[in-house]
Design a protein around this ligand. Sequence first.
Ligand SMILES: [Fe+2]
Length: 389
Amino acid sequence: MQFFGVPFTVFGDDSLLYLNTITGKRAYIVTDKNITKLGLVDLVTAELKQANIECKIFDEVEPDPSIETVIKSAKIASDFKPDWVIGLGGGSSMDAAKSTLVCYAAGIAPLDMSPSDFYNLRAKAKLICIPTTSGTGSEATWAIVLTDTAGERKVPLGSYETLPDVAILDPRMVMSMPPQITGDTGMDALCHAIEGYTATWRTKFTDGPGLLAIRIIFDSLKKAYDNGKDEEARKDMMYAASMAGTSFGNGMAGLAHSTGHAIGGIFHMPHGRAVGLYLPYTMEYLAFGSDEARERFAEIARFCKLAEGDDKKCSKALIDAVRKLAKSVGQPLAVKDTNIKREDYVKAMPGLIDRAVNEAMTIAVTRIPESADMEKMFICAYDGKSCDF
Ligand SMILES: [Fe+2]
């Protein structure tokens, strides 16, 4: 038995109007201060007021939300007793909203949630996610990533019940995204789609959205980065990010996420930039030692019209195209191009390897690295050398 879950998805111009059609008494909005400042919270509450829904706003979510923030948010939610929880923002706010719902409705601590438990969350509240970035795809998945601040560790969490009931993709919400965040989050979406398409947990249901998302991202990310006012490119990236979320969320991500989470937990690099940085290196590693990965990469390259010919040539063309796109949207191509000093990176190596080897995403790739290979990958990614081993 397998599953494929997607939220009811409202997309396109004026999608926020959907909010004035819902029924309920109280909506608890989980977001961050910047979204409040940009006036995007007001757009949401204006529609909810039309539906006679009382709103309470929690806008204290920080990048890489901590367990403590979720506990604080859940306590306020428990007093307010919402029948809707709304995650408004990037992945951090949406993940904090999902976690808030679990803690509030099930009465448990964030780290106690498990995919194998049933909490009957909908008896208390339903979940809406409204992304303001185009990358994490959190609006389309049940996945949650919180940060264990004391342990400098990103903790993947979630339950089948944390798949949102509704995802609202309104282009107004992403039009003010600055180029750096457009680039960072866009690379995250590309990782989700490529890793979802090549994961061993992929299914025929995840293949379609994953493959199409990759082609759209190659066509639209640079346009959205170069000109944030390009509405078509913004819409395409918003839709592609959600499709990519559907792909990996119903399958699995891969080694770029294992390594990216490791460096993000220790050196606090933004998620999309971190996973995007490691993506070509981990793809090289997979393509070098896995016929299956090479075949899948080649399929992507042909579908995106990047190359024709044998699998080796086509998979290389895809990896080259990933690097070219990353460079064109302001991404570092090697860790040495960031502010991380080599001595600090080497010092952190045991921790990086331990986190990456034990990350959940590492088990669903077609070539599972041992610690020694993981170390080589981390070193290659620092120096900008190919993972041809
Ligand atoms: Fe991601």
